[in-house]
Ligand binder design. Structure first.
Ligand code: UDP
Length: 240
């Protein structure tokens, strides 16, 4: 069941439930895409109706941000849990490994997707890494052709929001992939360039603070995030 949080629809699923649904999409015919909105997405979607539409038509929309979970609580439509995009992606890699499927990695700075691919190929030996492409290209059509020629089953699109969601909606079906996931900075994590917060920080819902500690230049972006909680509180009070 979908829940609406400040104009954006989310699936109310645990990580296990989301993984089950994702694995089913990977088995089905046709193209599907998954979005992993955080509070920044909600703020962008307020101003960008094309982006909002793409988020709300996704086959799965997973709350990748504790700010989304808190907003849901404030609005009185609680979500079961935060579902980090990176963890969902790992579960899809496990599912792909079981069937020996094909993976294409798109996005991040030159060299990152290669390094991420090499590490993932070690961890998931039955997966065929069928292609990688950095996210700083100029010829969109050539990249789509390259992805289609690689015949992927699973596609990670890591170009940052809203570009990655617009890419999936516009081009995803042309690649022949069964499932595309918009994953932000996940390739930087899979490559080992960026470290995820240790378990204790995650358990305390402080993954965002750890990320800020690692990348202090994100302060400007993060400073806007409490706005989402304020909007949620206002919406609740006004009884919208
Ligand atoms: N990125 C890209 N092309 C661009 C801009 C960004 O491939 O033109 C990549 C960037 O290198 C990073 C990812 O997009 O790997 C998303 O970064 P961000 O930290 O904004 O995403 P978040 O994890 O916060 O969603």
């Amino acid at each position: 069941m979908k829940r609406e949080i400040l104009g954006v629809l989310f699936d109310d699923l645990t990580l296990d439930e989301a993984a089950c649904r994702g694995a089913a999409l990977l088995r089905e015919g046709g193209f599907h895409y998954v979005v992993t909105p955080n509070p920044e997405f909600i703020l962008t979607a307020e101003r960008d109706s094309e982006f909002r539409g793409i988020l709300n038509r996704a086959d799965l929309s997973l709350p990748d941000g504790i700010g989304v979970v808190y907003s849901a609580r404030i609005l009185g439509v609680p979500l079961k849990e935060r579902v980090p995009g990176v963890e969902f992606a790992q579960r899809m890699l496990q599912a792909l490994n079981e069937t020996g499927g094909r993976l294409f990695l798109l996005g991040a700075k030159p060299g990152v997707a290669e390094r991420a691919g090499a590490r993932l190929a070690e961890q998931y030996p039955n997966i065929t890494l069928c292609g990688v492409q950095d996210g700083y290209y100029t010829d969109e059509a050539a990249v789509v052709r390259r992805a289609a020629d690689a015949r992927p089953d699973l596609l990670f699109v890591c170009l940052g929001a809203p570009r990655q969601e617009k890419w999936m909606a516009r081009w995803g079906g042309h690649t022949g992939a069964k499932l595309a996931i918009g994953l932000g900075g996940a390739l930087d994590v899979f490559s080992g360039d960026v470290e995820r917060a240790p378990e204790r920080w995650r358990a305390w819902n402080l993954e965002w603070a750890y990320r800020l500690k690692q990348e202090p230049r994100r302060i400007g972006r993060m400073a806007r995030l409490p706005l989402v909680l304020t909007r949620a509180a206002r919406e609740r009070l006004l009884g919208k």
